[in-house]
Design a protein around this ligand. Structure first.
Ligand SMILES: NC(=O)c1ccc[n+]([C@@H]2O[C@H](COP(=O)([O-])OP(=O)(O)OC[C@H]3O[C@@H](n4cnc5c(N)ncnc54)[C@H](O)[C@@H]3O)[C@@H](O)[C@H]2O)c1
Ligand SMILES: [Zn+2]
Length: 375
């Protein structure tokens, strides 16, 4: 076995969807792992998930509490910081909670590293494509442009297009790279941007190697099927399993970049082991946009449910139209590339979901958005 530079690793949010697969992989690779997770009720119903790796040390605690973090960081060589409140729409009305968990939680970790004795030699965290807002587009006249979020009046007219900010021509989506400026469309996006920027800045200032992965739409088994606030694949599966329609906003042709959780975990391991990754941010996506309609179609076919897709021609305020990743930096520097095709990944997701309980709370989440005037 390779000599390990980092023996004991902390994974915050290690009971979650992505964190738990990361924990499994790190243990397989020979690392000792400690999890810090508060078992957020919206994700876990307050219970430890049954997939939790028994070889990991589990600390129930909250990144908002300094004393929990102090215990968690003791004896740790590297930190994967994944704990976050995760939900784009919800963050725009639960503003304080999202800032508390995502911004102050991250601030707590950084503060602790700067102001107390520790042996942490690397920090890796995960930001989100939501920080970008709309992705890059190509205008036939102006080349690459970054249009703003569409206004409510345009959406009320059911005009879903994106127009060039310079000449008003309709533009076509193009991949977005890490050099693109951030124009978050949600408090969640702002909080992830703050997390990413704070971590990189403090890392550079104190010379603690820091890496940020920027996740696009990550899907896979273990994503809570009863949390209606995040994960379009999990939300569709939950609806379809309950013989309810998968509801698609706008015309269904908006695209997102879907990447398997297993590919994300591989990127995390490269980020840990490669020094060339230090102090940098990497887009982690498939590099391709897939329409939301196509996603619903594939999932319903795999589940054997027909006639349960409804394109509602309505909109949620501040939704972006397209954003997919330029992953050339991760390929070049991390030596990473996504391996699971959408078909393979969705098949795995569906076979996992068959025996899972899925409480359909979609209507509740929709009602909340409507009450706030956001849908
Ligand atoms: N799922 C995606 O598509 C996606 C995309 C980009 C980035 N991310 C990021 O990946 C990370 C993991 O997300 P996920 O999809 O696995 O979500 P998840 O909700 O399954 O996992 C998050 C975990 O963090 C824990 N947690 C929440 N608040 C906490 C707190 N205050 N203290 C301690 N633990 C807390 C939860 O209990 C949960 O186990 C998050 O940082 C998220 O922003 C996710
Ligand atoms: Zn133009």
């Amino acid at each position: 076995m390779k000599l390990k530079r980092y023996k004991k690793i902390l994974v915050t949010g290690g009971a979650g969807f992505i964190g738990s697969f990361l924990v499994d992989r790190l243990i397989d690779e020979g690392y000792k792992v400690r999890i810090l997770d508060n078992l957020e009720p919206q994700v876990h119903n307050g219970k430890k998930p049954k997939y939790l790796n028994k070889k990991a040390e589990f600390l129930k605690g909250d990144v908002r509490h300094y004393k929990d973090l102090k215990k968690a960081v003791d004896g740790i060589d590297a930190i994967f910081h994944l704990a976050s409140a995760v939900g784009v729409g919800q963050s725009n009305y639960e503003i304080k909670k999202y800032v508390d968990v995502n911004v102050l939680g991250t601030a707590n970790i950084l503060d602790l590293l700067v102001n107390s004795k520790h042996q942490v030699k690397k920090i890796i965290t995960i930001s989100s494509m939501t920080g970008y807002g709309e992705g890059n587009y190509i205008c036939n006249k102006d080349g690459i442009v970054r249009p703003a979020i569409r206004g409510e009046n345009q959406l009320k007219n059911k005009d879903w297009n994106i127009y060039c900010p310079n000449c008003n021509l309709i533009v076509t989506p193009s991949s977005t790279n890490e050099a693109a400026l951030d124009f978050p469309n949600s408090i969640y996006g702002f909080s992830k941007k703050a997390q990413q920027d704070m971590a990189l800045m403090i890392g550079r200032l104190y010379n603690i190697p820091t890496v940020v992965l920027r996740g696009f739409n990550i899907y896979g088994p273990r994503q809570s099927l009863s949390n209606p606030y995040t994960g379009v694949t999990a939300i569709f599966i939950s609806r379809l399993k309950n013989n309810q329609e998968a509801i698609i906003f706008e015309d269904g042709l908006q695209t997102r970049d879907f990447v398997s959780v297993h590919d994300v975990v591989s990127a995390f391991v490269f980020a840990l082991e490669k020094d060339g990754a230090n102090f940098q941010m990497f887009n982690i996506g498939s590099g391709e946009g897939t329409s939301i309609f196509e996603v619903a179609e594939i999932l319903s076919k795999l589940l054997g449910k027909s006639g349960l897709i409804r394109v509602n021609n309505e909109f949620r305020k501040n939704d972006i139209r397209h954003c997919f990743a330029d992953i050339s930096k991760a390929k070049a520097v991390l030596g990473w590339r996504p391996k699971k095709t959408l078909e393979e990944g969705f098949e795995e997701l569906i076979s996992w979901s068959i025996s899972e309980k899925a409480e359909d709370k979609f209507q509740k989440a929709q009602k909340e958005l409507k009450k706030k005037g956001l849908a």
